[in-house]
Structure formats: C-alpha cells, structure tokens
Design a protein around this ligand. Structure first.
Ligand code: KG4
Length: 339
C-alpha cells in the first residue's frame, strides 16, 4: 500500500504545498510574496494576509498537479515552527481543518528538520540520498547549525549560532551597501565578478562549534562607513569586491567550524548542506572542495529545495508518518527554534 502525504509550508513569506507518494515528489507549488520588496524585509502582518489569500489555490494546485484527489491523501504535514507566528497560524489552521474534514492524521514538522531531510526528496526512483549518520550544515535566514543526523527523526546539534545566522549576515551587510532584500542572492551574483581578497572583515573566535556572525556585521558596517568618509563613491566603485570579500569571510567562518566538527567525528563520511544560504554559489563550491579534500561525500541540494518549500515538509512529515508520530488537533505553532 502506498502512502501519500500533503505538505504545507507557511513559516515566512512563501506559501507552498507539495504532495509526496512513498518518498517520490509528485508536485511542489510555491507562491512567493512580492508585497515585502518595498519595505526592505518581510512585514509579518502582510505575510499572514498573503498566506490567507494563497493557501487554498496553492493546495488545490499541488493536488491537481500531483494527479490525485484529496481523498487519496493519507496524512497532512505542516510546518509548526520556527517562523513568523501569524504566518504559521495560517498553515497550521488550514492543515487542521483539512485533516479533520478528511479524517486523516495530522503531522507537525519542524522547519529545520525539513531543510535537513530535503536530501531525501526523490524526484526519480534513482535519486541518491545520504546514509546515516551524516553531518548537515544548516544555513538559513534564521539559523546556522552543525547537526549529526543519526536517523530521519533523530538529530544531534553540535553547534549553532549564538547571535545572527549566516543568512542574516548576508542580508544585513547587503543592506549596508544598498542592495535590496533579501541581500544574499544579490551578494552571490556580485561576488562572481569581484575580488574576494580585496577587503578583510573580522572573524569570530568562538572556542566550541557554535557560530557567531554579529561581529562580522559590525566590522563590515564600520569598514564601509569609514571608507565612505574618505571617498563618498566607495561603495559604487567597489561593490563587487565588497560582496566577494564578504562572501569569502562568511564561507571561511562556516568552513572553519565544519572542519573542526568533521575532525571530531571521524565516523562521519558524508556531509550535506541545507537552508537558503546553501543556494550560494561560493558556499556550494567550498563544500564540494571541502569534501573532496577529506574524501567525504558531499550532498548539495537542488536550488529549489534550499529555500522555503513544502516538498521538504512533506518528506519530513512522511518519515514521521511512517513512525506513527502524529500530533493532536490542539497543537500550537511555535516562533522560535526548538530542535
Ligand atoms: O532557508 P530560508 O529560505 O529561510 C529561513 O528558513 O530562514 O533562507 C533565507 C536566507 C536569506 O537570508 C537569503 O538571503 C539567503 O537565505 N539566501 C542566500 C542565497 N539565496 C538565499 N544567501 C546567499 N546566497 C544565495 N544565493
């Protein structure tokens, strides 16, 4: 008998629904919200309203594209957090309503587990997936973590950010040089034509496997501000070099800790990356190189599975469903990290 799971993602500013059948992706529909562009960041109230408008058409489209009927679904998986609470409430309430109407189990998914388990989304039967245990560098807009994944539903956090996440470092620094939100993809593009060694920004000295990016943000801000006092055209004249140097610094910080984590865990033979920042070209190249030098197998996700998408929620929900880990109807979403 096959298992068909509908996944719903509404943690930030993308409304997404996906259908997975026995681990195989049948559909993945994403409606992005352009309403935030004018504000230089996501406006929570506007995000919830847009989710409210998008959720019914997005779910209907995912079911249609999957070539199934609502009555074929075996469970509804939804992102319970972390994220914007108003946005999460839309997906959570919708999932509860649909599961009740269809009289099928409801499965709560941690958004971060979704990013990690995105490597198990099969687009064809031949998709290669990691073997346990593997290490995952999770780098998104809200979190930076090094995790050992022991099983689908058993993860151990070795280190995480004590302040800003890698994505925040990209976005906040990008804002300083006048790039639109989210700045990460713009830095990525500019970095491709810049000199990564032109400018030096400070790196943190945290002894364990935790990350910190707020010092880099401050050093970046002061460097740019001082340079602008001497030359008001500094940013315009050096934009690509600034972007490339910033990207290199963030990558160095990420790779340095990952190196320590891998050295402490010789049993690990495979390293995966996940989360929005894993879409970054420099990060992807650095991870491939890191793994090749250490004879590790690298798992680098398809770009469409790096940012928020319901396919990863559906796959994480699928594995919880197989373990019969359902949730009650009175479950409440949560805003902050809870792994
Ligand atoms: O995983 P995600 O969609 O949201 C969270 O769950 O937090 O990640 C969003 C983050 C943003 O900070 C965005 O700037 C960053 O991912 N990002 C990138 C790139 N694409 C997205 N950062 C650097 N280079 C990229 N190409």
């Amino acid at each position: 008998m096959s298992n068909i799971i509908l996944g719903i993602e509404s943690s930030c500013d993308d409304t997404s629904a996906a259908v997975i059948k026995d681990g195989l992706l049948l559909s993945n529909v994403i409606a992005s919200q352009s309403v935030h562009e004018a504000y230089g960041g996501v406006v929570p109230e506007l995000a919830s309203r847009a989710h409210q408008q998008n959720i019914v058409p997005v779910v209907s489209e995912a079911i249609k594209r999957a070539g199934i009927q609502k009555s074929d679904l075996d469970a509804i998986a939804f992102t319970a957090g972390p994220g914007l609470i108003g946005s999460l409430l839309v997906g959570t309430s919708f999932a509860k309503g649909l599961a009740t109407a269809l009289d099928i189990p409801l499965v709560n998914v941690n958004h971060l587990h979704g990013h990690v388990l995105s490597h198990f989304i099969k687009e064809t039967e031949d998709t290669e997936v990691p073997e346990f245990p593997f290490m995952c560098l999770l780098i998104s807009g809200g979190n930076s973590q090094i995790i050992i994944v022991h099983e689908y539903n058993k993860m151990e956090i070795l280190g995480q950010t004590i302040d800003d996440a890698a994505g925040e470092a990209f976005d906040k620094c990008a804002k300083v040089i006048g790039l639109p939100y989210p700045g990460g993809p713009h830095i990525d593009k500019l970095a491709a034509i810049g000199d990564p060694n032109k400018f030096k920004f400070s790196k943190p000295h945290i002894p364990n496997l935790d990350y910190s990016f707020s010092g880099l943000k401050t050093s970046f801000l002061y460097t740019i501000r001082d340079a602008m006092k001497l030359n008001p055209n500094f940013i315009e004249e050096n934009k690509a070099d600034i972007a490339a140097s910033l990207q290199k610094t963030i990558i160095d910080i990420l790779i340095d800790k990952l190196g320590k984590a891998v050295a402490q865990h010789p049993e690990i033979k495979q390293v995966a990356i996940g989360g929005g920042v894993s879409a970054n070209s420099g990060v992807r190249a650095a991870i491939a190189d890191f793994c090749e030098k250490r004879n590790l197998k690298a798992f680098i996700p398809k770009r469409s599975f790096t940012t928020d998408n319901a396919a990863m929620v559906a796959i994480a929900g699928y594995f919880k469903y197989l373990d019969k880990e359902f949730c009650p109807l009175d479950i409440a979403p949560f805003a902050r990290v809870e792994v």
